[in-house]
Write a protein of this length. Structure first.
Lengths: 95, 95, 95, 95, 95
C-alpha cells in the first residue's frame, strides 16, 4: 500500500454503470517522511475519508477486494485512514 | 485511476478476435493540475468518449471489469468522462 | 495497451513446458509520436506479427486473455498489428 | 519479489473491516547491493518481521496469496525474512 | 517478459509456508542490447537456471502460472533460459 493525502474530489456523471454511487478522491502521494512526491492517483473511497486526511490506498486487483469495489473497473481504493506511523523509532505523522 | 485527455484514435484490423469491434483511443496522461505529463496509453472506450474529452481510465486487470472488455486482452479502459475535479478547494477542471 | 515496434526474435529452448511453441518477439516501445522510448519488452505473438511491424501489446494478467497465452506464465502479448493512428487530427503512423 | 528493510510501523484504526488485525510495516526498499533506494512501501506482515530486519515482499495480486491476506485489499505483503544473499560469488548480506 | 542475468542466490528460512522449497535467484535486469540496467528482482526459479545464465522472467500474477508457483505469494518467476536473441537482424546474445 502507499500513503497519500486526500486533496480533492472528482465528479464524473457519465461512467461505467457499475461505478454509480462511488466517491472519487484525488490523492496526492506521500513518501515515508510525509512529503508529497508530486504523484497523484484518483481512488474510490471505501472508508469515508475526507479532504485533508492522510490515507492508505491499495492498487491493482487488490483495489477490488472491498465490498464497494468488487468486480468493478477500479484500480485504486482508499482502504484505511492513517492514525500514525513511525520510522526509525520516531513518529513521522499523527492524525 | 488516472486522468487523461483523449487525443486520437487507432485502427488495427488484424487483432486478437475477441478485440473485434472495440474502439481504441490514444490518451495523453494528465497530472492532477490538468497538465500533460508526456505519457500516453492506448485504451478501449467503454463510455463513448470523444477526442478532446478529459477522462478517467483504469489499468491492469481492473480494465477487464466492464461488459465490453471482460475476458479480453485489454489492460486499459476509459471508464468515465470527467465533469470536474477540485484540489485544495479550487476547481482545476470543468468540462 | 502500449505501442511498440517488433525489432527481433528470441529463442529459449529450456522453458516452462506450457510455453512450448510460443513465438517470442523483442519489442521496442514507442511513444504516441511513434518515436522509440528506449524501453523494450519480450512478448508472445498472438497475431502473427513480423519484424518491422508496429503493434499493440497488453501487459500483466491481460496478457493471458488470448487462446495462446491462457493460464501461462506470460506477462506481455502482442494482441494487434496497428494500421494507423492519429493525434490531434493528424495521422502519426500508417502501415 | 523485492528486498526491503523494516523501518517502522503504521496504525490505522478506521479501515476496510477485512483488514482488522493486520500489522502494517513501513518498508524502505533496498537494491541488490543492500543500499536504500529512497523508495518505500507499506506492507502487511505475514511472517512476524520486526523493525530492523531485512525482508522480501511480494506485490500486486501475489500479495493476497497468504492465509492472512487472502481476498483482502492488500497489495504488498512481507512473505520472508532474509537470512543472506550473495551476488557474483560474494555475500552481500547476512542476518 | 523481461531479460535478466542470474547473479546470485538468496536464502530465507523464515517465510510463508507455501514458499518452502523454492529457490530464490537474484536477477540483474538487462536491456534489449544485453547491458545491465541497474535494476534487479528476486525471482523463483522454475526452470533450473544457474548463476551466470541469461533468463526471461514473468512478473505479477503471471508469475504464479507455473506448477511451482501456483497460488503462492510470488510475483516474479524465471520461466525460460535464453539461448539467443537478435535485434534488427543482428545477434545480440548467444548462450
Amino acid at each position: 500500500m502507499n500513503l497519500a493525502k486526500v486533496t480533492g474530489t472528482l465528479v464524473a456523471s457519465r461512467k461505467e454503470p457499475s461505478m454509480e454511487g462511488m466517491k472519487f478522491l484525488v490523492l496526492r502521494q506521500l513518501d515515508a517522511a510525509n512529503s508529497e512526491t508530486g504523484g497523484y492517483v484518483v481512488a474510490v473511497d471505501a472508508v469515508g475519508a475526507g479532504v485533508g486526511e492522510v490515507v492508505m490506498y491499495a492498487s491493482g486487483s487488490s483495489a477490488r477486494q472491498t465490498e464497494m469495489t468488487k468486480d468493478r473497473p477500479c484500480d485504486a481504493v482508499v482502504m484505511a485512514i492513517v492514525d500514525t506511523w513511525e520510522l526509525d523509532g520516531e513518529t513521522v505523522y499523527t492524525k
